[in-house]
Design a protein around this ligand. Structure first.
Ligand SMILES: Cc1ncc(COP(=O)(O)O)c(C=O)c1O
Length: 430
């Protein structure tokens, strides 16, 4: 009743996936701090292991606290199912795992979180996978990059670090034409600002570490399945459409229909890759999501105020916030993120690399950390930290050149944030 998809977002963020605990009546979702679950009898155990009955076996696969979070995120995103895992990076591997084979590739946006660029350009090569990076504003280039070995298209709704917005409708039209899934990292937007499935995404990935938890306490990730992709339309996605030897030849697409990807991610992905979210982390993230819409409204309001002030400041070259009228992405905001362009953007500081270093060292309220999406305002000089493994060309393509700092605007008093930036910019550029 309380998780009916017809309820409003503010109601669902508090109630979806959570019911009074059947054993105790506990109103809050308990932290089920257990590794294993007692089987009713041997037949019950066999049915669970054969995937003939859904239930709890072992917490590497499923846990009731994590399950509540999965249901909540799936509901907020408008997905059929979701699987949580240990980090956002784990979620990206979990999303790709059922789709890829050695020799296959993904077509990915060149504007991605630096760690994702490294994961896709370096680490996945060890699995025999590769990534083709393209400017996703150039839709013809995205289309041209897809070949017969492409198994997914990947982009961020609001790209880290620049806050650039992807035209998900246009990109999903291209992936649909090619018969391959679109995976959207919705970390910086959250389902409050954008629901990528409504714009044609097949899978949505999150670093729940960021806004969903919102308080900088735990790392986590999530893959949400739209349940809308036909995995059996061709022979490209054999893990989902062909008989699975580890389950007596069962076919996930046939047996689980719109939940095929989710069941595969639990029964094969978590079972064998083991990138499991622990119940304590799920608890903190459930707590965070209860206030998601309230926080995101304030994040957006503060980001707009701070970005407007920075843009007018002579010590600043430019600000990339898509919520500014001057942004080339301003036209996409009403379509993709109608409640606001998020709270993540970059600032080009006059004085280049040295001024950026002085700026981060002189701020008092802003914390210099490798994180975003906290209630606290955060800053980082990407070129010397998160994006330092990238080549100068990749840094420029990702909007993380040496003269750039990234801001994640928190929910403090906007005037205090402006005063802090004002004094630190003076110290940095004097
Ligand atoms: C947009 C985005 N996606 C994914 C990740 C990776 O998430 P995690 O740090 O939880 O692995 C990050 C981390 O900063 C991110 O900003």
């Amino acid at each position: 009743m309380t998780d009916s998809p017809n309820l409003g977002f503010d109601t669902l963020q508090v109630h979806a996936g959570a019911r009074p605990d059947p054993a105790t009546g506990a109103r809050q979702v308990p932290i089920y701090q257990t590794t294993a679950y007692v089987f009713r009898d041997a037949d019950h155990a066999a049915a669970l292991f054969n995937l003939q009955e859904v239930g709890y076996i072992y917490s590497r696969l499923t846990n009731p606290t994590v399950a509540a979070l999965q249901e909540r995120i799936a509901t907020l995103e408008g997905g059929a199912g979701a699987v949580c895992c240990s980090s956002g990076h784990a979620a990206q591997i979990m999303a790709l795992f059922p789709l890829m084979q050695p020799g296959c590739n993904i077509v990915a946006s060149s504007r991605l979180y630096g760690g994702t660029v490294t994961q896709f350009s370096q680490t996945i090569k060890r699995f025999g996978w590769s990534a083709i990076f393209v400017d996703f504003d150039d839709h013809a280039a995205v289309k041209a990059a897809i070949n017969d070995k492409t198994r997914a298209v990947f982009c961020e709704t609001i790209a880290n670090p620049g806050g650039h917005i992807s035209d998900l409708d246009a990109i999903s039209a291209i992936s649909d034409d090619a018969g391959i899934p679109l995976i959207v990292d919705n970390t910086s937007a959250t389902p409050y600002l954008c629901r990528p499935i409504e714009h044609g995404a097949t899978l949505v990935v999150h670093s729940t570490t960021k806004y969903l938890t919102g308080n900088g306490t735990v790392t986590g990730g999530c893959v949400v399945d739209s349940g809308k992709f036909d995995w059996s339309a061709n022979d490209k996605f054999a893990s989902l459409s062909a008989p699975e030897p580890a389950y007596h030849g069962m076919t996930f697409a046939e047996t689980f229909g719109p939940l095929a990807f989710t069941f595969h991610s639990i029964a094969v992905g978590l079972r064998d890759l083991g990138m499991t979210m622990n119940p304590q982390a799920a608890h903190y993230t459930l707590m965070g999501i209860e206030t998601l819409s309230l926080r995101m409204d304030r994040h957006v309001q503060n980001a707009k105020t701070v970005a407007t002030w920075l843009e007018a400041d002579p010590r600043v070259d430019y600000v990339t916030y898509a919520g500014l009228d001057s942004s080339p992405y301003a036209g996409l905001v009403p379509k993709i993120c109608p409640k606001g362009a998020g709270a993540l953007f970059t600032v080009a500081v006059k004085g280049g690399y040295d001024a950026c270093i002085k700026l981060v060292d002189n701020l008092n309220i802003f914390s210099h950390v490798a994180n975003l999406g906290d209630t606290r305002s955060l800053i980082i000089h990407s070129a010397s930290t998160t994006h330092r493994q990238l080549s100068p060309e990749q840094q420029e393509a990702a909007g993380a050149g040496p003269n750039i700092v990234r801001l994640s605007i928190g929910i403090e008093d906007a005037n205090d944030l402006i005063a802090d930036l004002d004094q630190a910019l003076s110290a940095a550029t004097s």
